[in-house]
Design a binder for this molecule. Structure first.
Ligand SMILES: [Zn+2]
Length: 291
């Protein structure tokens, strides 16, 4: 499907069509994280080649942070809200706002913001303004959809005094105060073509976003996977997976579901940009074929 989006300088990747739905990956930024956290069970000298992605001299692996702009069923939908403007944890400021500007998309045009989970690199642009009285949803016309299981897990932690989730007060709690939030139970439909798919493990309420249209399908997998080597080694769970065993089971289930289906597209959030393609078997090995 032709789209004016593909001419942008910021969003260099082409729009991907899934039936009547289009998906545009937008790079909000990058995170440089310790490689030993990505694969804690691997011997250190095995990591550089085994992970299949460069590791810098400080032992860090670079993970892109990719948001997805989806047009489906007459609505403009943002899947995950990136790092945002906050500079939490010393991270560089996210660029999603600039990318949307180059695309000619104004924040008020976004109808829905859907989050795969509530980690800081997926909610940064939900609300802006400092977390206090000036805090406001960055997308002022949007409904924000969060899995109820996920919301309850993290806000229970916040109420319990867990300082590591202080970012929720800046970027997520204002959504509730502005009545922009919808908590979603189970694998509910989002629009006729989009639905939540339960993918617990990385976090308790983690969801993937399933897309089905015109006999084709795609899955925006969020943090079901962080790097390509997990295709062959789905049991390599990073320390960022809260339940590493469950995350491995979920990862294998999702890869197996998508592999060798020419109508199925994998859409990733942390693989090298744009991170969209198909999973195929080549001589028994699971291989990624980028689109
Ligand atoms: Zn993430």
């Amino acid at each position: 499907m032709a789209s004016s989006w593909s001419t942008s300088r910021v969003a260099r990747a082409p729009t991907v069509a899934v039936g009547d739905v289009t998906i545009l990956p937008i790079l909000d930024g990058e995170l440089d994280l310790p490689a030993e956290e990505a694969a804690p069970d691997l011997p250190p000298d095995a990591r550089p080649t085994a992970l299949g992605q460069p590791i810098d001299p400080n032992g860090r692996i670079r993970l892109p942070v990719i948001c997805h702009l989806v047009r489906a069923d007459g609505r403009l939908i943002l899947v995950d809200a990136g790092i945002g403007p906050w500079r939490w944890n010393g991270w560089a400021r996210g660029r999603l706002d600039l990318a949307l500007g180059e695309l000619g998309v104004r924040p008020e045009e976004i109808d829905l913001v859907v989050t795969t989970h509530l980690h800081a690199d997926h909610v940064g642009w939900c609300a802006v303004g400092g977390g206090g009285r000036d805090a406001r949803p960055f997308f002022p016309s949007a409904r924000y959809l969060v899995a109820r299981r996920e919301w309850e897990h993290w806000f229970d932690a916040a109420r319990g005094g867990d300082g590591s989730v202080a970012y929720l007060g800046d970027a997520v709690a204002p959504l509730g105060r502005h009545a922009a939030l919808d908590l979603v139970d189970g694998e509910a439909p989002i629009t006729p073509s989009l639905s939540f798919v339960a993918t617990p493990g990385h976090t308790p309420g983690h969801v993937a976003i399933g897309i089905a249209s015109g006999g084709e399908r795609a899955l925006i997998v969020g943090d079901v996977t962080h790097y390509r080597a997990q295709l062959e080694h789905p049991d390599w769970s990073p320390v960022w997976d809260l339940d590493r065993a469950m995350a491995a089971v979920t990862r294998e289930r999702i890869f197996r579901d998508l592999e060798d289906d020419p109508a199925a597209t994998l859409v990733t959030s942390h693989w090298p940009y744009p991170g969209i393609g198909r999973i195929v078997r080549v001589r028994g090995r699971r291989v990624f074929r980028g689109l």
